[in-house]
Write a protein that binds this ligand. Structure first.
Ligand code: GDP
Ligand code: MN
Length: 394
């Protein structure tokens, strides 16, 4: 799950990392009031940033500076009216603009192959790190944190030195590197990226100019599988982050992955779902999805599964393969009958239900004139034939 910059910054602040002040607004007037507060607090300029879950907002015109409240309101209005990479901007972040001396890059990612958190740093900040990696791989420094000992101080110092942060900002850079690891662990994140990490010039209470290392941008992705351990983070979910089909699947408790084929598959159990896909392929067809309706699937869940399958316009045949254990065959049959009564388009459906209450299921399906198959091989062959026929007819 990706979260917005402002939310990511809140998590960083909670872990003690240095982030300049900000507010979030979803309307022009609100932005003006926030800007007035920042100017009253001594800001020379404010920065206004689109809150969308894509990178490169700066280049797309989603990051702008303003010198007075009316200008801030104008810019906020313009950014709130924008779409960035197809995503409408619904919120902006506003804060005192940083006076940037130099931009760096620092991130922590889960390195699955190494089974460790990997820290990456570069003195080439602000630009997309993929570009740096392609143009000059040596410009990126990598350090693995130890799973037990964490990121040790000497490692953090190595990283900082290699990034060109060995001088006055060494202590701050070390603290930030450690903070990224802490943030990864605290929220089960799989990415915490600061780009840019920036040296900024500020004026202290006595009016003297000082330099400080701060996280100017923040990107965090959370491990979906670990979200149940952090129920409070669920509130940070952005509706634009999720495909509508994925959301419906998650809310209905289904595991659904869309694929490119034409044969919709409705199966209970992940293993059986994969086997079903294999058999569809062996019979010469292409599965349109992976779908596990789970154990004990009730009629409403079956109906939701059917909606998801049929929402894909490429689907021209459906194969239902249920092995009744905890799941009762008659319950699934009832769900299929209910779903068919309300479904928006008609496609051939082949149903195979074995196991618990298979006989009851068979009776119900027969009464409702469903096409059934006794074996999985038969079911797959029938579904492939039906899909081919629909394909030639179209
Ligand atoms: P991204 O383009 O989506 O990664 O958004 P960023 O927050 O990283 O902003 C892009 C660029 O805008 C940064 O690399 C900076 O050069 C610039 N920028 C962002 N915030 C400020 C700020 O407060 N002051 C100034 N002067 N520039 C900023
Ligand atoms: Mn950035």
């Amino acid at each position: 799950m990706k979260i917005q910059e402002a939310d990511a910054k809140s998590l960083l602040v909670a872990q003690g990392l240095p982030v300049p002040a900000w507010e979030v607004a979803d309307a022009t007037e609100e932005a003006r009031l926030a800007a007035e507060r920042f100017f009253a607090g001594g800001a020379q300029q404010v920065v206004i940033k689109a809150q969308v879950l894509v990178g490169g907002r700066g280049k797309a015109g989603g990051v702008k500076l303003a010198g007075f409240p009316d200008q801030a309101a104008l810019i906020a209005g313009a950014i709130l009216g924008m779409e960035i990479k197809g995503i409408p901007v619904r919120k902006i972040l506003i804060g005192p603009a940083a006076d940037i001396v130099k931009e760096f890059y620092m991130s922590a990612v889960l390195d699955r192959a190494a089974g460790r958190i990997l820290l990456m740093g570069s003195s080439e900040g602000g630009v997309e790190i993929e570009q740096v990696a392609a143009a000059d791989p040596a410009a990126i420094v990598r350090v693995h944190a130890d799973p037990l000992l964490g990121l040790r101080d000497f490692q953090a110092r190595q990283l900082a030195f290699a990034m060109g942060l060995g001088g006055a900002h060494l202590k701050a850079a070390v603290a930030i590197a450690r903070g990224l690891v802490t943030t990864m662990l605290a929220y089960d994140a799989d990415l915490v990226e600061i780009n840019p990490l920036a040296i900024v010039r500020e004026t202290d209470a006595g009016g003297a100019s000082v330099e400080r290392l701060v996280c100017l941008d923040a990107k965090i992705t959370l491990d979906d599988s670990a979200l149940p351990r952090h129920p409070e983070l669920e509130a940070l979910r952005d509706p634009d982050d999720e495909d509508p089909a994925d959301r419906e699947a998650r809310e209905a408790g289904l595991t659904f992955i869309k694929l490119d084929g034409t044969i919709g598959c409705m199966v209970n159990g992940a293993g059986l779902a994969m086997t079903t896909m294999d058999l569809v392929k062996r019979a010469g067809g292409e599965p349109a999805n992976f779908l596990d309706i789970g154990g004990g699937a009730r009629a409403d869940r079956v109906a939701a599964a059917m909606r998801l399958i049929l929402a894909d316009p490429k689907v021209n045949a459906i194969l239902v393969n249920i092995f009744g254990g905890i799941t009762r065959g008659d319950e699934v049959a009832r769900g299929l009958i209910e779903a068919r009564a309300v479904q928006e388009r008609e496609v051939p459906m082949i149903v195979r239900i074995v196991g618990t209450n298979a006989a009851e299921a068979a009776t119900l399906l027969q009464q409702a004139s469903f096409t059934t198959a006794a074996s999985l091989d038969d079911a797959a062959a029938m579904a492939v034939a039906a899909s081919r026929q629909a394909g030639t007819a179209a």
